[in-house]
Design a protein around this ligand. Structure first.
Ligand code: BGC
Length: 368
């Protein structure tokens, strides 16, 4: 029996040996004190753009870099600036430079999948960061529970509209990019809350549109048209702070800001200020540091050719049916009452949020 097991282990060691660089076992667990000293390969990370949300240009690169620096693992972080060709060019460069792990936030599943497949062919481990690449076959996925994000948005809007005491308020929906699987999940979450309200007549279903590429400028144009054709809009489910701010700008022009609750996501400085000003109902705080740390933890193990042990579950790819080992974190709803939590968590600073125009609102909200 023992002998049999031994033989099996030897065969599998040989097998991993024969595919050299892409074996996923360290092969050195003979009582050593852990693999921290193993030489790590480089990790390549491609972020999507710098316009659809503040996070990609500021927060994610900062927290990701800090996590890899702390682990002493080399990392290259690039941003595709919303350009799918550029995304692929960056990936080609990283693959040929010999990265051991490639982590991506796709611009759409098609180009994401092409990149992941090339990486796999080159024996590179892959991680979908924040957005699942449909049929992409990434080895790991790290994100938030995105249906829960949408649910918090839906519940937040319901609460704000109840406080306004409108009868059968018309609700408009500004969804995220139709090519982002997260946008689908957010909508699943908020429509799960709003649809029953439409059907029982508490709310009236208003215009509902996707915003291509989460483009904030387009969101403004779309919402302007919505409001022109439906002056009675009383609530806006906007899928993130950028789209929410675009709607708020249009509401301001029409002197309707503050009367029409608007939702958001990402706890951006602008979103938090809009909340403090009373123009935005809520946002969703996703602790990007935790997301970056979780992704880095997986990537560091992979870069050291060790098998990661930190995935906490799996996510079913709705297109391929594959179960992708995942880490999914919990989002938090933020209203005026707990803007201070986001500051206390170190995600944004008091100085950034509480500028002169918001000094009083900050004091009123208990931000000291
Ligand atoms: C992310 C959000 C972000 C949006 C636009 C989504 O995939 O989860 O945090 O606001 O993309 O960049």
């Amino acid at each position: 029996m023992r002998k049999g097991l031994f033989a099996l282990a030897a065969v599998s060691l040989l097998a991993t040996g024969s595919i050299a660089a892409c074996g996923d076992d360290s092969g050195s667990d003979s009582g050593s004190t852990g693999g921290d000293s193993a030489a790590a390969g480089k990790v390549g990370i491609i972020l999507p753009d710098t316009k659809s949300s503040q996070r990609w240009g500021t927060d994610d690169p900062k927290f990701l870099k800090a996590a890899f620096d702390a682990a002493g693992v080399p990392v290259e972080i690039q941003n595709a600036q919303g350009d799918k060709t550029q995304f692929q060019t960056i990936a080609d460069g990283m693959i040929s430079s010999g990265v051991k792990v490639l982590m991506i936030v796709n611009l759409d599943s098609g180009t994401g999948k092409a990149v992941l497949e090339k990486a796999k062919k080159a024996g590179i481990a892959t991680i979908d960061y924040d957005r699942l690449t449909l049929s992409g076959g990434a080895d790991y996925y790290v994100s938030f529970d995105n249906v829960a994000v949408g649910k918090l948005q839906g519940e937040g809007l319901v609460k704000c509209l109840e406080e306004k005491k409108y009868t059968k308020p018309v609700v408009a929906e500004l969804n995220g990019s139709p090519t982002d699987n997260n946008a689908t999940l957010f909508a699943q979450g908020y429509d799960g809350v709003l649809d029953p309200k439409y059907s029982d007549g508490t709310f009236t279903k208003g215009p509902n549109q996707d915003v291509p590429d989460w483009d904030n400028a387009q969101a403004g144009t779309i919402f302007e048209q919505m409001l022109t054709s439906n002056k009675n809009i009383k609530g806006v489910l906007a899928a993130n702070d950028g789209l929410g701010n675009a709607a708020i700008a249009v509401l301001k022009k029409n002197k309707l800001n503050g009367q029409v609750p608007v939702t958001g996501q990402d706890a951006t400085v602008q979103g938090l200020q809009n909340i403090l000003a009373g123009d935005q109902c809520m946002t969703v705080y996703k602790a990007i540091k935790k997301e970056a740390d979780a992704a880095a933890e997986l990537a560091v193990a992979l870069a050291k050719q060790q098998k990661p042990t930190t995935a906490t579950g799996t996510t079913k790819d709705p297109e391929s049916g594959a179960d992708v080992p995942s880490v999914l974190l919990e989002p938090q709803a933020i209203t005026k009452e707990n803007v201070k939590d986001v500051i206390a968590d170190g995600f944004v600073t008091k100085d950034a949020v509480c500028t002169a125009d918001f000094a009083k609102a900050c004091t009123d909200a208990g931000i000291s």
